[in-house]
Design a protein around this ligand. Sequence first.
Ligand SMILES: [Cu+2]
Length: 227
Amino acid sequence: MAHPVQLGLQDATSPIMEELIAFHDHAFMIVAMISFLVLYVLSSVLTTKLTSINITDAQEMETIWTILPAIILVLIALPSLRILYLTDEINNPSFTIKSIGHQWYWTYEYTDYGGLIFNSYMLPSPFLNPGDLRLLEVDNRVVLPIEAPVRMMITSQDVLHSWTIPTLGLKTDAIPGRLNQTTFTAMRPGVYYGQCSEICGANHSFMPIVAELIPLKIFEMGPVFTL
Ligand SMILES: [Cu+2]
């Protein structure tokens, strides 16, 4: 999860998130170079005379400063599109888990385990145990395996929600009447936190998502051991 005064993104737990962080750094470098160039030009404009008797026009320079931004945009767009299509790729998933958004809680359905269904509500502050995270902890966590491709089916029963776990690089809208799918392969076990990311009503802030990622062997023992 994010920690106070954190700069940057959360550590990646899935290959897609590693790609996203690398792309963020790539785009950030380009933005930084443009910012420093603009700062330099601004400072030189402010500290020198604005007229020149020698330079009346500069066709070559204008050609370059028209084409260069277009090239820079392509350099940002191509890796961005690559990751966009990678996130859409569903490669023969081992498990399918359905997540249904409600005002204001999530329902999880393990279709591979005889239709196991349970609700996941935020734990109110009086019910928290020492060490629990206020407004982030839930009563029933969604338990997922690591090192196996998992498919999440995401939908909603009332309004728009969005199922999000930043460290897995997941953010998929939950839309009533539609079934969205996303996939991930988690690389390390742990407890990962997310929140609904679509303004969905009065208690939008109070429907967190907690995923407990456990080794595949333990996951395969079945829901009795994991819940
Ligand atoms: Cu919501």
